[in-house]
Design a protein around this ligand. Structure first.
Ligand SMILES: NS(=O)(=O)c1ccc2oc(NC(=O)c3ccccc3)nc2c1
Ligand SMILES: [Zn+2]
Length: 261
């Protein structure tokens, strides 16, 4: 059916514009970030995360990534400050990653990729009633992007990687309670910010991107566990390893990238 998209040769990013013409739009993501061309904006305050009462619900394999969903019926876990005019509610987080030894981040910095990228997806519940409504509005979503670099083991990432075997196949979902993603964040939240889009179909141009400069460090072993997931369902014959689920950088088309200090 028309909505089938992926990261392969025939259904990958270069073919997405067939079913999703906005793929060729003016504010597409990800982008290559050039720090020296980013405008330092002293009015850009710090990002403030209020995740202390966040409620994680489940972890799932949606056939494109592994996603942890949160309860978003009130303002129990929000991001605010920085470029945001309102608090945005945490809806879910997920990852993008590469193959063994290859890189897998979506945003790049001066042409350099990281091994992986974590996206914490938030929506503007002040202006919109549902995530779906916000996801189609120019200021509807705020996604916090965190790069993952390989090095020492991350002390808390095991809480996710130890659960990945339970969501190996597309369509699998398991309970995942009591996880606070604040434990994944690097010490500094200095960031770049620009107006962009979802990096997968439907590619809505509704995202205020906040890309944190400092990567989180994870071990190659921890990253390898993400590659034990498969894109395919348990009932399907082939087992296509889930890796390289990233969109390459898109044209800036005159946009300005701003930098916090
Ligand atoms: N790579 S990305 O740009 O962060 C990105 C890309 C595509 C996305 O679609 C959704 N949908 C929901 O989260 C959702 C969750 C629950 C109900 C409806 C939608 N989030 C996305 C984030
Ligand atoms: Zn993403």
């Amino acid at each position: 059916t028309g909505n089938q998209w992926g990261y392969g040769k025939d259904d990958g990013p270069s073919a997405w514009n067939i079913n999703y013409p906005v793929a060729d739009g003016d504010r597409q993501s990800p982008i290559d970030i050039l720090p020296h061309q980013a405008r330092h904006d002293p009015n850009l305050g710090p990002i403030v995360l209020n995740y202390d009462r966040c409620t994680s619900i489940n972890i799932a394999n949606n056939g494109h990534s592994v996603v942890v969903e949160f309860e978003d019926s009130d303002d129990r876990s929000v991001i605010q400050g920085g470029p945001l005019d309102n608090p945005y509610r945490l809806k879910q987080f997920h990852f993008h990653w590469g193959g063994k030894g290859c890189h897998g981040s979506e945003h790049t910095v001066e042409g350099n990729s990281y091994a992986s990228e974590l996206h914490l997806v938030h929506w503007n519940a002040v202006k919109f009633k549902t995530f779906g409504e916000a996801a189609s509005a120019p200021d509807g979503l705020a996604v916090l992007g965190i790069f993952l670099e390989t090095g020492d083991e991350h002390r808390w990432l095991h809480m996710i990687t130890d659960s990945l075997y339970t969501v190996k196949f597309k369509g699998s979902v398991t309970d995942f309670k009591g996880f606070n993603p604040k434990c994944l964040l690097p010490s500094s939240l200095h960031y770049w910010t620009y107006l962009g889009s979802l990096t997968t179909p439907p590619l809505h141009e509704s995202v205020i991107w906040i890309v944190v400069k400092e990567p989180m460090i994870v071990s190659e072993k921890q990253l390898g566990k993400f590659r034990t997931l498969v894109f395919t369902g348990e009932e399907e014959d082939e087992r296509t390893r889930m890796e390289n689920n990233f969109r390459p950088p898109q044209l800036l088309k005159g946009r300005t990238v701003r930098s916090s200090n």
